[in-house]
Design a protein around this ligand. Sequence first.
Ligand SMILES: *Cc1c(COP(=O)(O)O)cnc(C)c1O
Length: 368
Amino acid sequence: MAYVKPGNPKLIVDLNKLRHNIEYVKRMCAKDGVQIAGVIKGCTGLFPCVEQFERAGVQFIGSSRLEHLAELKEQGVQAPLLMVRIPMISEAEDVVRICEYSLNSELATLKTLNKHARTQGKIHNVILMADLGDLREGWWDKEEMTDVAEIVENELENLHLAGVGVNVGCYGSVLATTEKLQELVDVAEKIEARIGRELEIISGGATSSLMRIMDGNLPERINNLRVGEGILLAYDLPTLYGYDYQNMHQDVFTLRAEVIEVKDKPSHPVGEIGFDAFGHRVQYEDRGIRKRALLGLGKVDYGDPAELLPRMQGIQILGASSDHTILDIQALADQGKEIMVGDVLEFDLNYATMVYLTNSGNIDKVFI
Ligand SMILES: *Cc1c(COP(=O)(O)O)cnc(C)c1O
């Protein structure tokens, strides 16, 4: 018989709060004539989460991972699926089979998509990506991009050129300013002049472009944004950029982890110091004897312990190995708050810890 875990650690996902966030962002965007792709890679495409996006009626459901989208297709998701990581040639056949839309930046890949679309008797929709300075995907040379748009339009008969898009912020930390996004509209209009018709979709980026909607200075023709973080966590816009996001829930996800040891110990390791479990030389601060707690989960589950956000004040995360997390709880003890073995502590997530935790087979996912 398979081992059934008693329940900790677990990730609690509040679907009502998620639904609220989706509806809120969707409404905010709709006022500016912008539709959204709900990007679900951050939560590993967890199906109950995706259902909330679908019920809210988003324009597309997108992921960077074809395996997420394949699973959704299998589960019967009806919303058009959008592959947001430009496809590998080796997965082009599956992209056409699984997704209605994909973002693209290479003619060779487009030709392969076209070939498979023909074989499968389909028209696959493509959005061509412009690189406007963030230096991840997209054409830097906009003349070449326009030439390729013309080839897609006139020669690749099983592709439909649905529009253009941009991504900023992910690598180069470039901001989605009005000027940047206007550059995308200019590229779109150059392509439209060349092919002699309007493009349906001008996709102006991800969560960071919501700032333009909140400031009321999104260029008029941008009509799609691809939003993940700004709905799932709603953390970056208020925390990094100081936007008012009070109407959004920042606690859609709650990590619950169980305390497995509580002891007073020295804060500096005792003995000759070599390397930690991951081959790093670590500096340890000597603060004398402190009260510490261990949690029964570790880096394998969430990545970097420094990125876990304890809900309870007075908990300091000291570090972790693969399967243990080490906390300093002396500040709590000083306030007379006792943490005991078997207690469960709660944490908020950021993007990286959400990605790891939703992926971890060690973590029970509970949907409320
Ligand atoms: C991940 C991704 C998004 C969504 O980004 P968020 O910051 O989570 O909103 C949008 N577009 C592309 C191309 C992506 O890779």
